[in-house]
Design a protein around this ligand. Sequence first.
Ligand SMILES: Nc1ncnc2c1ncn2[C@@H]1O[C@H](COP(=O)(O)OP(=O)(O)O)[C@@H](O)[C@H]1O
Ligand SMILES: O=C(O)C1=C[C@@H](OP(=O)(O)O)[C@@H](O)[C@H](O)C1
Ligand SMILES: [Mg+2]
Length: 183
Amino acid sequence: MNNLLQGINLYLIGMMGAGKTTIGRLLALEMGYSFVDTDEVIVQAAGCTINEIFAESGEATFRRLETEVLSQICAHTRLSIATGGGIVLNQKNWSYLHHGLIVWLDAPVELLYNRLAEDKTRPLLQDPDPKGKLQSILEQRQKLYAEADLRIKLNEGETPEQITQRILEEIPSVLKNPVSADG
Ligand SMILES: Nc1ncnc2c1ncn2[C@@H]1O[C@H](COP(=O)(O)OP(=O)(O)O)[C@@H](O)[C@H]1O
Ligand SMILES: O=C(O)C1=C[C@@H](OP(=O)(O)O)[C@@H](O)[C@H](O)C1
Ligand SMILES: [Mg+2]
């Protein structure tokens, strides 16, 4: 699997709770890539949590940090990158994402809600109606996520390992210059 993408970065996009962080880490292991999570880099750089950034500086500041972090990450190669769910909102981010292969983890709202109902780390979901909020965010972003190179539809009950294998199997079908079996 080490030569699957010939060094180009893999970017995971999709809604909160779709599993970008979980699957991104597994994909890195399988491909012999390093793993980077844009949210983790932001938290390290800012020295505070995402909740604190949203509460103290606002979403616009978070989005600026996100773009700055992405611009630095994309200068590197051999990375599996888990993005934050809102990375697709800023048009400028797409110029960075398109340096690599973009994979959309496409999960239904019900599945996202089941995973995140008790979660306190996503400021956008600290809402009296988190399921309704997920639905409206997905409606806003659906067309943007659909700009990905590869769409992976997720089903309830599929393990991270199974999803990772499915992504690895589907990647060759969207590569412009696929690597041949012997090299
Ligand atoms: N395939 C899966 N099956 C069950 N739980 C999962 C799966 N993928 C992720 N999770 C869980 O769902 C939650 C959100 O996953 P995470 O990787 O943080 O998503 P994202 O980075 O897209 O927001 C975590 O608690 C994670 O352990
Ligand atoms: O969808 C969003 O706007 C966000 C998703 C989060 O990341 P995950 O998608 O990894 O949960 C994080 O970047 C922030 O809370 C905003
Ligand atoms: Mg994440």
